[in-house]
Design a protein around this ligand. Sequence first.
Ligand SMILES: [Zn+2]
Length: 326
Amino acid sequence: MKPLFDLGVLPIRHRTSRGFKPHVSLVFNAEKRLTFAVDTTNSRSQQPDAYLITHAHSDHHGKSAMLSANAVCSQETARALEILYGKEYAGRTFKTGETIDICGVDVRTYPTHHTIGSCAFYWENDVGTKILVTGDVKDAKDLPKCDCLVTEANYGDPDDPRCHFKDDIGAFREALADSEDIAFGAYAFGKAQRAVKLIRESGYSGDIGMDPVSRALTEGLMEDTGSLVDLESDCGIRITTPGELPALSAAKKFILTGRRDYKIPTINISDHMDVNGLIGMVHHCAPTAVITYHPGGHRPLKLAAHLNKTGYYARALEEINTVIEI
Ligand SMILES: [Zn+2]
């Protein structure tokens, strides 16, 4: 932990009787000692100074953190959480790109292009260390240089062929042109909105049928969606969740995903970067130290190991052994 010590950043994990709480908290000094919790659950016993919620996917735990007055997320993320969970967001919001004051610290925010409202947080501590927390990233082009990068590793294993891919927009356009009765499987938050955007960009201006949750999120979060209708309506293009797609009748069906474990044909449209994108992001941000904090499984370890081999100091969440029992 020496580089992190020198940088004045102490990553900690909290453990309860039921096991580790999700993700990581960062302790640092900025005139006073502060703790920012990253994509973790609301805690009754010990409140951090802020719950940073990078985006509204369930594995980043906004459902729980949104109930704290110390929650901080973009306006769109707060709206998405309210639509998804039917509860009122209790924290603070900002427009992505704004700088906000959290406990006297200027925190800058940057888009990560992963979902609507997804964003990265950036601030400096007392010793001038620039800390960047990204959440999941689709495109790192807007991210700044930093000294301590806290980032994801969803497709972070360089030795796994499944972590090497490119979006196949051509196949998506071809599928649209080939069929007048087509259905896509897409996760309700994130992928479904990406699909609507791609369909409209292809020039289709007719009705798009959507399942209720996908439609509520799309109408609640996107402008210029065109006409969205329910799945039972007479329309040539429909979008529902991958789980519901088999039950839907359509001449052609595809799941929009980078995964390769579905029986229905897939088109490679991902909300993520592949491993080359992740490594490129690290080069782009040029940090002294990297913490790979998400998702579960072995990929954060694999990406950290690769970065260590190529001259970075990197640790996966699992390797952080500063643990506080709560
Ligand atoms: Zn995500």
